[in-house]
Ligand binder design. Structure first.
Ligand SMILES: Cc1cc2nc3c(=O)[nH]c(=O)nc-3n(C[C@H](O)[C@H](O)[C@H](O)COP(=O)(O)O)c2cc1C
Length: 183
């Protein structure tokens, strides 16, 4: 059985695409996806009305209490999971990972995983300079302007050993399959 740990941080960007990518892997024979969320991620998925759907589709959904609880870092370090995916990755968590900060569940889990050999796949939400259309929790759309600092931080992740950065959620299933040699 291939075990994928899927970390979710508190971004509202393309949640439908993220959920489809998770499901497409979870529904493959021989693959199981386990879900862990930051505190902010739970708030965001509830606001977008997707919290119940997430908990229905995935049996094992856990939420951050603090950086070490639940203690996923240990299991990641000893290779219990085959791949660690974090999608979506907020600008906040992108910055923390880029600079080695490990004070939240997800950023700590990435820091500890990268000391071992389990591959890490990241989808930082801010990657393109300029205006981006965002879907609000009520379904309306609005436009934001991305910040150069967030793009620079995402770029730092691309150069990090053991990390694969994807530019869209729909790239994740193939990326994971290649990493676990199923592609
Ligand atoms: C509805 C909602 C949508 C959000 N969308 C984004 C987003 O698209 N990108 C982002 O970087 N932060 C977004 N945030 C802000 C983050 O949740 C916030 O920075 C939080 O501290 C991130 O914590 P985390 O990185 O530990 O999940 C959103 C917050 C809310 C309430």
């Amino acid at each position: 059985m291939i075990r994928i740990l899927w970390g979710i941080t508190g971004s509202g960007d393309r949640l439908d695409g993220v959920l489809s990518a998770m499901l497409s892997l979870h529904q493959m024979k021989g693959i199981k996806v386990y879900v862990v969320l930051s505190k902010a991620a739970e708030q965001v998925w509830r606001r977008y009305g997707l919290w119940d759907e997430l908990n229905t589709q995935f049996k094992k959904v856990t939420r951050e209490t603090n950086s070490n609880v639940p203690f996923v870092a240990g299991a990641l370090q000893i290779g219990h999971y085959d791949v660690f995916v974090i999608a979506p990755l907020t600008a906040n968590s992108t910055a923390k990972i880029a600079y080695g900060i490990a004070d939240t569940l997800v950023t700590n889990a990435v820091a500890q995983t990268l000391k071992g050999s389990t591959p890490v796949v990241l989808y930082p939400v801010d990657q393109k300079l300029g205006e981006v259309e965002i879907k609000a929790p009520d379904g309306t759309t609005f436009t934001i302007r991305t910040r150069q600092i967030d793009l620079d931080n995402a770029e730092r992740l691309r150069n990090m050993e053991g990390v694969t950065v994807v530019s869209s959620p729909n790239e994740i299933p193939d990326t994971v399959k290649q990493l676990i040699k199923l592609g």
